[in-house]
Design a protein around this ligand. Structure first.
Ligand code: PXP
Length: 243
C-alpha cells in the first residue's frame, strides 16, 4: 500500500493567526494517525509561520507512526533536526517571501549544504529525502548525494490543466521510473487533492504521498477523520486504477 503522510502545518497556521493555543497540530496529528495516516509531515520554516520548535518536540514524543520533518538545509535547522531526531528529514528550498514551497531544491547549487545535512542524518540514523522537480538531472544528482528518497514536486501538475497537465504527469512518471531504477525511493507531494491525486497514485514507482493543505481544508467541513479516510480511499482507487 502506498504510504500516506499528512502534513499538519495548516492546523498550526490557523492557531498562529490568533495566537491562541488551539487548534493544536499535535492533536490533529494523533487524529490523522487514528484515521490511518502512515506518517505526519511538518515544515519548520525559518519564520516559524507553521509549526514551531515546541510542536516538533511534542510530535516526536507522541507520534506512533513516522515524523517527517521538512526543513531548509541550514545550520540552524540541522541542529534542530539532530536534537529532535525525526524519522525522516525532507530537505526543501525556502525563500521567506514565498507563499509556499514553489519549486524543488536546486541540488547543484545547494550541493555542499545538502551534503552537511546528509552527513548528520547518516550519523544519527535518519532517513533523508530531497524535494526536487521531476527532472533527470535533479534525480541523478540526488542519487550522487547518497540520499534514500526523492520527493517529486507535483505543484506544476496540480496547477495546470489539459495538455500542460498531461505533459507534467508524463514528466513525473518518467522521473519516478528513472529514480527507482537508480535505487531511490520515490515520494510525491504538493498541491495534491482528493481529485488530482488519482493519477499520481497510479504511478507505480510512487511509494509515498505528502498531502497537507487540501486535506486540512476538507477537515474544516467534514472533520479530520473523514477527510483523511476519504483521501486514503481516493489514493487506493488511483493505485488500483479504478477511478
Ligand atoms: N511535500 C513537501 C516537500 C512540501 O513542502 C509540502 C508543502 O509544505 C507538501 C508536500 C504538502 O503540500 P500541500 O500542503 O500543498 O499538500
Amino acid at each position: 500500500m502506498i504510504r500516506l503522510h499528512i502534513n499538519i502545518d495548516h492546523v498550526a497556521t490557523i492557531r498562529n493567526a490568533r495566537g491562541t493555543p488551539y487548534p493544536d497540530p499535535v492533536v490533529a496529528a494523533s487524529l490523522c494517525e487514528l484515521a490511518g495516516a502512515d506518517g505526519i509531515t511538518a515544515h519548520l520554516r525559518e519564520d516559524r509561520r507553521h509549526v514551531r520548535d515546541d510542536d516538533l518536540r511534542r510530535l516526536r514524543a507522541t507520534l506512533t507512526t513516522v515524523l517527517n520533518l521538512e526543513m531548509a538545509a541550514t545550520d540552524e535547522m540541522t541542529a534542530i533536526a539532530e536534537s529532535v531526531h525525526p524519522d525522516v528529514v525532507t530537505l526543501v528550498p525556502e525563500r521567506r517571501e514565498e507563499r509556499t514551497t514553489e519549486r524543488g531544491l536546486d541540488v547543484i547549487a545547494e550541493r555542499a549544504r545538502i551534503e552537511k545535512v546528509v552527513a548528520m542524518c547518516r550519523k544519527n540514523g535518519i532517513k533523508v529525502s530531497l524535494f526536487i522537480d521531476p527532472a533527470h538531472e535533479a534525480v541523478r544528482v540526488s542519487r550522487e548525494l547518497g540520499v534514500d528518497q526523492i520527493e517529486l514536486h507535483t505543484g506544476a501538475y496540480a496547477e495546470t490543466r489539459g495538455q500542460l497537465r498531461q505533459a507534467e504527469l508524463a514528466r513525473l512518471t518518467e522521473a519516478a521510473r528513472f529514480a527507482r531504477g537508480l535505487g531511490l525511493e520515490v515520494a510525491a507531494g504538493h498541491g495534491l487533492t482528493r481529485d488530482n491525486v488519482l493519477a499520481i497514485a497510479r504511478i507505480p514507482e510512487v511509494e509515498e504521498l505528502n498531502i497537507g493543505h487540501s486535506v486540512i481544508a476538507d477537515a474544516i467541513f467534514v472533520g479530520i477523520d473523514r477527510a483523511v479516510r476519504d483521501l486514503r480511499a481516493a489514493v487506493e482507487r488511483g493505485r488500483r486504477g479504478t477511478a
